[in-house]
Design a protein around this ligand. Structure first.
Ligand code: 5AD
Ligand code: SF4
Length: 516
């Protein structure tokens, strides 16, 4: 039995919506007694268009004086769903809110503003947000002055925005991934007009520098590029995040230098496809390998990156990563499937053999490297044999861990209209077998480090036992050991005694013998 497709047509019934006025600031409509100011709305057709126009880099981005007091004495909460890119956007949102005078709270009963920074990658991510909106409706009825906003990837989808306008009209603001910097103005508009405010830009090629960021802890995310032009057939990201555009190297380098000066111990460079970094520059030749080589010279102990695409992972980059230093021995290299036929239908633009060759090259250049990956099972039409190809690839590469998913159709993507004849039960059984194989790999890899001494950046107390500290090795393995909370934020050396499936246990020792 094929999986049932969702019928979105019921969300497009705008027959009871009335246009009240229309001018250069957008249009005002009324649906079920609520007025909505649509300043701009998402449009999938426009999102698909990739213009050749130059990327504009905008540097002046302080919150206007007139809006700096709008949040004085008020409290906010931001709930974040999805990937690190969203987590990092939330840091910008918090930075802007605090410049407006808002203070954070964890108690939703005392919040004056609640934002949901959403994820659209799979249907269950969206279901969680709609579930949360149901809870927030009760809160809003108790406290009508509470301002509710939806932002992030779901806001870039036409069907989602229509559904919110129709069925969740108590929401006050909807804004997209390209106009986060407009947040202070949108809050002002929502407070003073009392209408729902919708502002989502579909086609955007700009880079906004100098936005404030509220970072916590000793690890920091740094965007190096935005958007994605790969258009893998299952993926919504090229629509929700816009076209591929790289930040200027001097801006990235200056940000990393500043983070080093502030004492951060680790940075993770973020991009949907970091290997495409610099390909959009028209005035300079500067690649991801060049950037990594430059960041190697900066005095910050660890530099990571997420996510790479196997197609653009070139020999220059491998050579730079092999120099080590602050460039750690962990590469997240999403494979998605081990079958060349499925990869072709996913439009991944590499074959199983290409991927295996790349993994071999990386391992021989960086002997201690740990590889992790993303895998989708149950892509439309995936046969048992094609799934077996994925299992055999997993065993051959020997990933330490992996994010594994059942394929989820995304409206507007090419795969959503491919015939899907794989029953859900079969997809679930494949996921289980895949996870078992990965757990076995993980356990084998953890067994290998018993007796060695690893360098650990101490992140905090373990979730279940406050006497136990948790941290990560350069290769991103999770380590538990006993120690004083004073050590949080520092590097220690730990001798590994017990390998578990998800983490390794050990004891602090004074001097390293070997490192992993
Ligand atoms: N269904 C299931 N998984 C998906 N991913 C992206 N789109 C989908 C989808 N439609 C997975 C991919 C990607 C990761 C971030 O999410 O594995 O690498
Ligand atoms: Fe999605 Fe493919 Fe782009 Fe990754 S590379 S964000 S999977 S389209």
């Amino acid at each position: 039995m094929a999986e049932k497709k969702k019928d979105y047509s019921k969300y497009f019934d705008f027959s009871d919506a009335k246009v009240i006025s229309e001018d250069e600031t957008g249009k005002k409509i009324r649906i079920r007694g609520r007025e909505i100011h649509i300043m701009s709305e998402p449009n999938h057709r426009q999102e698909k268009q990739r213009g050749k126009e130059d990327v504009k880099v905008l540097y002046e981005n302080t919150v206007p004086e007139s809006l700096k007091d709008l949040g004085r004495g008020k409290r906010y909460i931001v709930y974040t769903y999805g990937c690190q890119m969203n987590e990092h956007d939330t840091e910008t949102i918090k930075g802007l809110l605090e410049q407006m005078g808002y203070q954070s709270t964890e108690d939703r009963k005392e919040a004056d503003l609640i934002l949901l920074n959403t994820c659209a990658i799979r249907e269950n991510a969206e279901d969680k947000v709609f579930g949360e909106l149901g809870h927030l409706k009760t809160l809003k009825l108790e406290r009508p002055g509470l301002l509710l906003g939806v932002c992030g990837c779901m806001s870039q989808e036409e069907n989602v925005v229509n559904r919110i306008m129709q069925k969740h009209s108590f929401v006050d603001m909807i804004f997209g991934t390209h106009n986060i910097h407009r947040l202070p103005h949108l809050i002002q508009e929502a407070i003073f007009s009392k209408e729902m405010v919708v502002e989502v830009w579909s086609k955007e090629g700009d880079i906004i520098e100098n936005l404030p960021k509220k970072r916590e802890g000793m690890r920091a995310w740094v965007n190096i590029m935005y958007g994605c032009d790969k258009f893998c057939t299952y993926c919504i990201v090229p629509f929700t995040r816009g076209k591929e555009r790289s930040r200027r190297p001097e801006d990235v380098i200056a940000e990393v230098r500043e983070l080093a000066r502030q004492g951060f111990k680790e940075i993770t460079l973020l991009g949907q496809n970091v290997n495409a970094y610099g390909k959009d520059f028209t005035d300079i030749e500067y690649s991801f390998a060049n950037l990594m080589d430059d960041l190697r010279q900066i005095d910050i102990p660890r530099v990571r990156f997420m996510t790479s695409h196997p197609r653009d992972f070139d020999d220059d980059l491998i050579a730079v990563l092999a120099k080590g230093g602050n460039l750690v021995e962990h590469i997240h290299l999403p494979v998605q499937s081990g079958s060349t036929e499925i990869l072709k239908r996913m439009s991944r633009k590499y074959s199983r053999e290409h991927y295996l060759d790349l993994a071999r090259k990386i391992k021989s250049a960086i002997p201690d490297v740990v590889l992790t990956t993303d895998i989708i099972v149950g892509f439309p039409g995936e046969t048992d044999e094609q799934f077996e190809d994925t299992l055999s690839l997993v065993k051959e590469v020997g990933y330490d861990s992996a994010y594994t998913f059942i394929y989820s159709p995304r409206e507007g993507t090419p795969a959503a209209v491919m015939e899907d004849n794989v029953p859900l039960g079969v997809k679930k059984a494949r996921l289980q077998r895949l996870n078992d194989a990965i757990n076995e790999n993980s356990r084998l890899s953890n067994d290998k480090v018993v007796g060695s001494v690893v360098e650990v950046l101490v992140e905090g107390e373990s979730k279940n036992n406050e006497k136990v500290l948790a941290g990560r090795t350069r290769s991103n393995k999770l380590v538990h050991f006993e120690g004083s909370p004073d050590l949080i934020g520092t590097f220690v050396h730990v001798e590994i005694t017990d390998p578990m499936t998800w983490y390794i246990k050990g004891n602090i020792v004074p001097e390293p013998v070997t490192t992993v």
